[in-house]
Design a protein around this ligand. Structure first.
Ligand code: V47
Length: 452
């Protein structure tokens, strides 16, 4: 079939009326590939897609049809809003006991470029970030071989005291496992992990970033990330974080030694865990969850959600966190031990983002991390399922676009212009997706949250 003989999906009348309910959706979706038709109908109903259907989305030549489907879901959940935040990254040290071949960031202690920051230095950076109007600090580092547990709790409490308005999104799952070990709670298993997370939370930790997930496949893991925690442990850390009331994000690093089927399995494991988390939360609230008893879906038509579909940030006594955001990360070969690999193409990036939006029907947000995607590609991704661009960032040392030096900053004006040029309302959010009202470097929270 050629592009000139595109098909219009003959949706049933009920489906068409649902489509018209979707903010700003005016026409049925046109597909070039008839294999997308049945999948389209399931998406309109808000039903979960299977792994086999995910494979169809990966194999079809109609990548723009896939993007249009993801856009439908995105509009249903977030209308024409594109979120961004004002944030800073701090990497307190690049010294790491591991030597993952995909990572261009780590150094051994005597190697050129190795560094570690004192608590005082990190605090000074936090004060500067707060003065500049940031709402969030994203703090991660390597697995430092000799810093002890008190360094991490002191860092959090010192920042909290000196720059109390900052939300601290800190430590990837592999760092949490390392902290459990150095806090001498390694033998206490899952409960030990929760007690470490409680200590960090009480010292000022606000949420966990999504890093370190890589791809949940043992073969790919043992080829490229050996020594790092495997998928089951990463998922356990996030489950424990959710159980102590912390929200977290989830990444997926793709375009290296894994294949598309492994990416789909990764997505499926995340959504299964989120099913259980949201079911448990709904049970504590005495409300029923949308979807089948085993599956919680957030992507259906608005009228299928008479109750809040997500725990509300700041709700008194709430001890349930959840995965907020899926962040597909394209692999950058340069400077890593896998430099011979080509890395994913632009179309593959677009497709993967769209598929993540469609498959992860119970994770409310999908982020096009502009630093790794480029701002131009992130703009296109807003039409392919993404509703968040990440933030102003400033320092980003993990990967560098086109050989950039360490200074990777964009201004809120650039982010807003990018979103508006793409036809979206640019909305500043805090880490928990509450709207921010801003006047220069001063800001306050508005009552609205992104998705109830
Ligand atoms: O975990 C490492 C990835 C991640 C490379 O939670 C690489 O809001 C590409 O997790 N090519 C860190 N990627 C970044 C991260 C993140 C970023 C922005 C926002 C959030 C959030 C989280 O970067 C690592 C790893 O998966 N990474 N090396 C590389 N060569």
């Amino acid at each position: 079939m050629s592009w000139s003989s595109q098909m219009t999906v003959p949706f049933c009348l009920q489906c068409l009326s649902m489509i018209n309910d979707v903010a700003n959706t005016v026409a049925p979706i046109r597909f070039f590939d008839p294999a997308l038709q049945a999948i389209g109908e399931k998406v309109i109903e808000g039903s979960r897609l299977s792994l086999e259907e995910g494979a169809v989305l990966y194999e079809t030549r109609d990548v723009h049809g896939v993007c249009r489907l993801a856009d439908l879901v995105r509009r249903r959940m977030h209308g024409r809003v594109a979120y961004y935040n004002v944030n800073r990254h701090i990497n307190y040290s690049n010294i790491c006991a591991l030597s993952c071949s995909f990572c261009a960031f780590h150094r051994k202690k005597d190697q050129d470029g190795a560094y570690e920051m004192s608590v005082e230095q990190v605090t000074q950076e936090a004060i500067k970030a707060e003065e500049a109007g940031a709402t969030e600090l994203h703090i991660v580092g390597g697995l430092h071989p000799w810093l002890d547990f008190s360094y991490y709790t002191s860092m959090l409490s010192s920042i909290r005291e000196a720059a109390p308005s900052l939300h601290l999104k800190s430590f990837t799952a592999v760092e949490i496992v390392h902290l459990q070990r150095i806090s001498k709670r390694g033998k206490e298993g899952y409960e030990g992990m929760k007690s470490v997370l409680r200590d960090l939370r009480d010292a000022g930790l606000g949420s966990l970033p999504g890093g370190g997930a890589e791809v949940f496949d043992d073969r790919a893991h043992d080829t490229a990330f050996k020594g790092k925690i495997r998928g089951d442990q990463w998922l356990d850390v996030h489950r424990a974080a959710h159980e102590v009331g912390l929200n977290t994000n989830a990444t997926m690093l793709y375009g290296h030694v894994e294949g598309r089927p492994e990416r789909l399995v990764h997505m499926d494991l995340l959504r299964k865990q989120q099913d259980v988390t949201l079911q448990n939360w709904a049970a504590t609230q005495g409300i029923s969850t949308p979807g089948s008893p085993e599956q919680v879906t957030l992507t259906g038509p608005a009228e299928s959600y008479p109750n809040h579909r997500l725990p509300m940030p700041g709700q008194a006594g709430l001890e349930t966190g959840y995965f907020q955001t899926i962040i597909p990360l394209p692999f950058f070969p340069d400077g890593s031990g896998l430099e011979q690999l080509p890395g994913p193409s632009g179309l593959e990036n677009l497709r993967t983002l769209a598929i993540a939006r469609l498959m992860l029907d119970n994770i409310p947000h999908a982020k096009a991390f502009w630093i790794m995607q480029t701002l131009g590609m992130a703009q296109l991704m807003l039409d392919a399922g993404a509703n968040d661009l990440d933030g102003t960032v400033v320092w980003y040392d993990i990967t560098h676009l086109e050989g950039a030096t360490t200074h990777q900053e964009t201004t809120t004006n650039d982010l807003r212009r990018a979103a508006e040029e793409a036809g979206y309302e640019a909305v500043e959010r805090d880490t928990l997706y509450r709207r921010v009202n801003r006047n220069g470097s001063k800001w306050s929270l508005a009552p609205e949250v992104a998705l109830r």
